[in-house]
Write a protein that binds this ligand. Structure first.
Ligand code: SAJ
Length: 425
């Protein structure tokens, strides 16, 4: 069996490597010469737990190679980006381009599977693109039995656990027709240990969008609550902890906003598909994005209250214990503070080797946690890395803290001293 994976990014490369480990001949196709060269030399261009060793092994054994060109295969997996444009519309141009690229090499009996997060209807659109280029092949779902199978099977893996979750997670496999679904099912069963459940392509497209929207809406609930509680001078973390003792309540954690490449993007695909009815989903997006602005304002108030002390921003990653800084609300908050307070801003991020480009020219610098605890009087906590949680209370006594993640619940509140000559009311 020969498998082509189109797009060697965060999903494509681990998927290609896993299938290759199972013994198939896998060709990874990418538009970037750098990516192709890197993979062919047995190395990786992305950070993911255990991926480097796996790629090195399968490339050395000859089961995986990368190429700029597509070639004949039995199965094609498309894992290319589907970003949102400025006006929040989904951009499926990379998917359609991939469909145009593989169309000339398709033959009867092949299976084409789309894995990219996509608005409902994309798999059918892909089929139509292929059908236009290859009128000699019968397309599935057009009233005749198709010569090829076309299916949608979303990835659901969590960054940092991709290789484990690719195997263990349940998969939802949507065929353009039931026959297409069965064909794709046979393929996934070879390397997935989780349950593989078949449905239609349109339902499977929606399932993926719904999963991430569900999480976004629930995080928005927690973020909204955190603002309301702060206004009422109540500890939101305590409220959530106590409310979650109810057997049917499970509130998620507030933070400085929602980051990553999926949860802050995918809900817009649903909103764009039905703007009139997707009201909670749109509002949740606005609440989560608004939380970032709110944190900048609140942190600025605290900084201004404490005069000219240095400020430590703890964490830049988009979530705890990972080294991914793209689409990170922590970077957004810290960069805005750095533009305002310049070299007084000190960034503490154990997972960063260099400062992200957002900080260029601001004067902000990276320092380690111990130096921050010695030098800085104000702390803005943006990421709940384990390393930050374990700072003992006596080492942070006397610091003014704005804690967006609730990791220092026992921090004594510090009240600013009135400036000389001014009366405290
Ligand atoms: N976050 C909070 N509070 C919480 C949970 C998360 O503020 O209680 C924030 C995080 O700090 C982060 C963002 O949300 O900024 C997203 O983090 P995440 O851990 O919820 O999700 P991702 O983006 O790493 O991965 C998600 C997962 N989707 C779901 O859990 C429904 C993953 O399974 C998907 O495969 C992935 O999106 C994707 O590729 O779509």
């Amino acid at each position: 069996q020969k498998v082509s994976v189109i797009g060697l990014g965060y999903i494509g490369l681990p998927t290609a490597a896993l299938i290759a480990r199972g013994g198939a001949q896998v060709v990874g196709v990418d538009v970037s010469a750098h990516v192709v060269e890197t993979v062919n030399s047995g190395r990786v261009h992305i950070e993911e737990v255990d991926l480097d060793g796996l790629v090195q092994g399968v490339v050395a054994r000859g089961n995986l190679r990368a190429s700029l060109e597509v070639e004949e295969s039995d199965v094609f997996i498309i894992a290319v980006p589907t970003p949102v444009s400025e006006d929040r519309a989904p951009d499926i141009s990379y998917v359609l381009k991939a469909a145009r690229t593989i169309a000339p090499v398709l033959k009867a009996g092949d299976t084409v599977i789309l894995e990219s997060t996509s608005p409902v209807g994309t798999t059918e659109a892909m089929r139509d693109v292929i059908g236009t280029i290859r009128p000699d092949l019968k397309m599935p779902g057009t009233g005749v039995a198709g010569d090829i199978a076309i299916a949608y099977c979303p990835e659901r893996v969590l960054p940092g656990r991709i290789l484990v979750e690719l195997i263990d997670n349940d998969r939802c496999i949507g065929g353009i027709t039931p026959r297409c679904a069965r064909k794709a099912l046979g393929f996934y069963r070879q390397f997935v240990r989780g349950a593989c459940i078949t449905t239609t392509a349109r339902a499977a497209e929606m399932v993926k969008l719904v999963e991430n929207s569900f999480r976004d809406v629930n995080i928005a609930f927690a973020n909204e609550l955190s603002v309301i509680a702060e206004n009422m001078d109540i500890d939101v973390w305590e409220v959530i902890r106590l409310a979650n003792r109810h057997p049917r309540v499970n509130i998620l954690s507030p933070g400085p906003g929602v980051g990553g490449h999926c949860i802050a993007v995918d809900p817009w695909f649903i909103v764009h598909g039905d703007p009139e009815n997707a009201r909670i989903i749109r509002t949740a997006r606005e609440v989560n994005d608004g939380k970032t602005d709110y944190v900048v304002a609140k942190a600025s108030d605290l900084i201004d209250e404490f005069g000219d002390q240095d400020i430590a921003c703890l964490g830049l990653a988009f979530k705890a214990n990972i080294d991914d800084f793209r689409e990170s609300p922590a970077v957004k908050v810290a960069a805005r503070l750095a533009r305002r307070y310049g070299r007084r801003i000190k960034l503490v991020e154990p997972y960063a080797r260099d400062l992200p480009m957002e900080f260029a020219g601001t004067g902000a610098e990276l320092i380690d946690l111990d130096t921050a605890l010695e030098q800085c009087g104000v702390f803005v906590i943006l990421v709940d890395h384990d390393m930050f949680k374990s700072v003992p209370v006596d080492e942070r006594a006397g610091k003014a803290v704005y804690d967006t993640r609730g990791i220092w619940p026992d921090q004594p509140r510090r009240v600013a001293q009135p400036a000389p000559g001014r009366l405290a009311l």
